[in-house]
Every structure is written in structure tokens, then in C-alpha cells.
Design a protein around this ligand. Structure first.
Ligand code: COA
Length: 171
């Protein structure tokens, strides 16, 4: 398994693989913006938009590649805000259910952090509704800032709380 940073062209080429990962996560109940039923066509549409953002250098896209296929992914979103040039958000941390609990999520986060440091970001922020993801973020040094009740919906309905985390990476 290797972690790759995808440029716009590779992101476009891997849209079907990335879409399968997203669709699997939503189908298995992850609160990651989308509601069930969530079609592969919708997942492809989402990653088509992302690949275009990658090509415009608005987003940095990471993928875990196993046997030539993307099986997990995460994104780094630098903020557009002129008063936050030092901050980037970690987003859409997704590991296909078949490939979980092998350290892939941790490796993706560590790679994203190294890349963020290289690019001069000193603060990473994220939010999550997943207990498993909370353990992962805590393990790699993220600090819990707090939770907001009823922030989003689970993909099959019902409110879910969302917890916000940050990590200072200027050390
Ligand atoms: C949350 C998520 C990203 C974690 O990904 P992952 O690749 O399974 O993460 P890791 O393998 O690094 O860690 C997961 C667990 O496996 C364990 N693990 C890691 N390597 C292992 C190995 N070789 N053998 C056994 N267990 C291992 C970790 O200790 C951890 O245990 P814990 O849950 O008891 O703390 C994944 O479950 C996921 O994609 N969920 C759905 C989408 C989602 O909710 N994303 C979060 C959005 S913010």
C-alpha cells in the first residue's frame, strides 16, 4: 500500500475508484455530507467536482493505493479566507470498509500533515461524527475543541452531533 498525492489528471483517472470508496462509506452509515440512497453516479459527480478543484490547485487530494486501486482517501482544504492563510481543513477521510483497521487512515493523516507542513500551514482543523475517527484523530495528536449537537443527519436519517478538532503543526 502506498499513499499518493493525486494531481488533477490522476484524480480524474481515479474518479471511479474514489467514488466506490465514498459510496461504500455512505452505505455503511458514515455521516460525510450525503444521504442514502446514494448512487454511484452521485459519488462520481462529487469526485468529478473534486478532481476539477484539484486541477485548479484549490484542494490537495491524497489516496491510498493498493494493487493499483485507490482504497482510501483524504483531502486537505486550504481556507480561501485572506485572514487565515495558515489554516487548512482535513476533509472526507474515507477508508473502504474492506480495508479498515490496517493503519491506512492513520497513514493518510500523517501524510496529509507532512504535506501541510511543507506548504507552510501551521493549523489543521476538522470535524467528525464518527467515534472511530475520533479515536484516530486523537491518536495522531488532534485536540478536541467541542461538540455541536444536531449538526448534521446520519445518512439514513436522524440528527448526529459533530465534534470539532484542531492540531497546531508549527512545532
Ligand atoms: C474512521 C476511518 C477513516 C478509520 O480508518 P482506518 O483505516 O480503519 O483507521 P486505522 O486503521 O488507522 O485505525 C482504526 C483502528 O484499527 C486499529 N489498527 C490499525 N492498524 C491495525 C492492524 N494492523 N491490525 C489491527 N488493528 C489495527 C487502530 O488501532 C484503530 O483501532 P481503534 O478503532 O480501536 O482505535 C474509517 O473507519 C472510515 O473510513 N469510516 C467511514 C468514514 C468516516 O466516518 N470518516 C470520518 C469522517 S470525519
Amino acid at each position: 500500500m502506498e499513499i499518493a498525492i493525486l494531481d488533477g489528471e490522476e484524480a480524474r483517472r481515479r474518479i471511479p475508484e474514489l467514488a466506490l470508496v465514498l459510496q461504500d462509506c455512505v452505505a455503511k452509515g458514515a455521516s460525510v455530507s450525503f444521504m442514502n440512497p446514494f448512487s454511484l453516479a452521485e459519488a462520481i459527480g462529487y469526485f468529478t467536482d473534486i478532481s476539477e478543484s484539484v486541477a485548479r490547485q484549490e484542494i490537495i487530494l491524497f489516496a491510498a493505493i493498493e494493487k493499483g486501486r485507490a482504497v482510501a482517501t483524504v483531502q486537505l482544504h486550504p481556507t480561501w479566507k485572506p485572514n487565515q492563510p495558515h489554516r487548512a481543513e482535513i476533509a472526507k477521510m474515507l477508508v473502504h470498509s474492506v480495508h479498515r483497521k490496517q493503519g491506512i487512515g492513520q497513514k493518510l493523516l500523517e501524510t496529509a500533515e507532512i504535506e501541510a507542513k511543507k506548504r507552510g500551514y501551521t493549523l489543521l482543523t476538522l470535524d467528525t461524527a464518527s467515534g472511530e475517527a475520533e479515536r484516530l484523530y486523537t491518536r495522531v495528536g488532534y485536540i478536541k475543541a467541542g461538540a455541536i449537537p444536531n449538526y448534521a443527519l446520519w445518512p439514513d436519517g436522524g440528527y448526529c452531533d459533530t465534534v470539532f478538532y484542531y492540531k497546531l503543526i508549527d512545532g
